[in-house]
Design a protein around this ligand. Structure first.
Ligand SMILES: Cc1cc2nc3c(=O)[nH]c(=O)nc-3n(C[C@H](O)[C@H](O)[C@H](O)COP(=O)(O)OP(=O)(O)OC[C@H]3O[C@@H](n4cnc5c(N)ncnc54)[C@H](O)[C@@H]3O)c2cc1C
Length: 381
């Protein structure tokens, strides 16, 4: 069987790896419009948070716990270290702490509860509102995303059954009998038995209109912060649930990396019609500076060394990821990645590879992936 994966972000790279590890797959082609990995991929950033707790959502929490184990397995496969389990702390009203702790431990995560006093004494770097407690997940952490993508691409490049095709932009996918044809912007084409599309925020250009019209594009701004007191932040967990709306989050420095801290909030994420550049408009940079001036005692706007915007697509009604299959299962499209696919990527890639090869799909616990949208034909509207 020949499988082509279009898009070499975290989902495409891991899906290509899972396909290459599966018996019966003779050839895996991984195609990207840019270099592999591409600097413009949503996945290609310094840090991505990998935490398990999804408040009030047992299935998602359990899926995220298993995905953490998936990251560690991938590290051993490719022989590189990029997952740093420095922990993740989710702030919440003290009344909710026991319930959320029970949710995490039932899912198999190692976690503990923190009182308002614990927070004040252990994390003086952040300001928590009165009556705020927290749950601390010990094995959550961050992936050094850019390092991970390079290591995944290197492993793929060393496999006899895998071919990497950088700088090839797919423009059309069509089907003839059981063979799928991909056409490229350079005029070339090639065929495969199965095609997996993982084109991130560019997916709307490749998937059928019936799917594209169900996707919303989001743009999110993020600050890079390098405070002079950087040492105070080393070995800190990722902090989530900050601020009055409990929607701000912060990824601290990782000792093994020179990546600055990353600060953002759901309030800096907005729907947009089209993708443009990745520069942060002044109003959004100022918005985040205002948010973190309130949350971090001694916050210094001059220590904001950079800011970037990223894009992702989400399914319009449920707001999360979307997997679709069509052409009798010959084409699988990871049409929307949502705002949290990085942490789930090892699980998502395994289930997409199972479906591509035709083996029973390993469940992810994510409903929109375990029950993909099905269209009959490649051109179906
Ligand atoms: C600011 C921000 C912060 C985030 N933080 C987190 C986090 O902390 N934790 C978390 O789990 N998730 C997070 N996410 C979400 C996560 O980053 C994404 O869900 C994930 O990286 C998407 O990966 P992907 O492989 O689907 O897409 P991408 O990484 O965008 O990869 C798509 C690839 O497809 C290629 N491509 C596009 N069109 C074509 C074409 N026509 N032909 C060939 N190739 C093509 C592109 O060049 C690109 O390399 C965040 C997202 C943003 C924007």
């Amino acid at each position: 069987m020949r499988i082509t994966v279009v898009g070499a972000g975290v989902i495409g790279l891991l899906t290509a790896i899972e396909c290459a590890r599966t018996a019966g797959v003779d050839r895996v082609d991984l195609v990207d419009a840019g270099p592999i990995p591409s600097p413009s991929a949503t996945s290609n950033d310094r840090l991505r948070a990998v935490r398990a707790l999804h408040r009030g959502e047992p299935a998602l929490t359990s899926a995220a716990v298993q995905a953490q184990a998936g990251w560690m397995e991938i590290e051993s496969l490719v022989g590189s270290r990029f997952y740093h389990p420095a922990g993740a702390l989710t702030a919440m009203p003290t009344l909710d702490v026991a319930t959320e702790l029970a949710l995490l431990t039932a899912a198999g995560a190692k976690a503990s509860a923190l009182s308002p006093e614990d927070l004040a004494s252990r994390y003086p770097q952040a300001r928590f509102a009165a009556g705020t407690g927290a749950v601390l997940e010990a094995t959550a952490g961050v992936v050094l995303a850019d390092h991970a993508l390079v290591a995944l691409a290197r492993w793929l490049g060393s496999q006899a059954r895998v071919r990497l095709h950088p700088h090839r932009r797919a423009v059309e996918v069509s089907q003839n009998d059981r063979v799928v044809m991909i056409r490229y912007a350079d005029g070339g084409s090639h065929t495969a038995d199965r095609v997996v599309m993982a084109a991130g925020p560019w997916s709307r250009e490749l998937v059928p209109a019936a799917i594209a019209s169900d996707l919303t594009l989001y743009r999110q701004s993020m600050l890079s912060y390098q405070p002079p007191t950087g040492r105070d932040w080393a070995r800190m967990p990722t902090l989530l649930g900050l601020g009055p709306a409990r929607d701000a989050w912060l990824m601290p420095t990782v000792p093994q990396s020179d990546a600055p801290m990353r600060l953002s909030a759901a309030s800096a994420c907005r729907p947009v019609a089209e993708m443009s550049d990745r520069g942060t408009p002044d109003q959004w940079r100022e918005h985040l500076v205002g948010v973190f001036s309130e949350l971090l005692p001694g916050f210094d706007p001059a220590a904001v060394v950079d800011s970037t915007d990223g894009y992702y697509l989400a399914e319009r009604t449920r707001g999360g990821p979307l997997l679709a299959t069509y052409g009798g299962g010959s084409v699988l499209a990871y049409a929307a990645c949502g705002g949290m696919s990085f942490k789930f990527a090892p699980r998502i890639a395994r289930t997409i590879a199972d479906r591509a090869v035709g083996t029973p799909p390993s469940p992810t616990g994510l409903d929109s992936i375990d029950r993909p949208r099905q269209l009959a034909a490649v051109g179906e509207e």
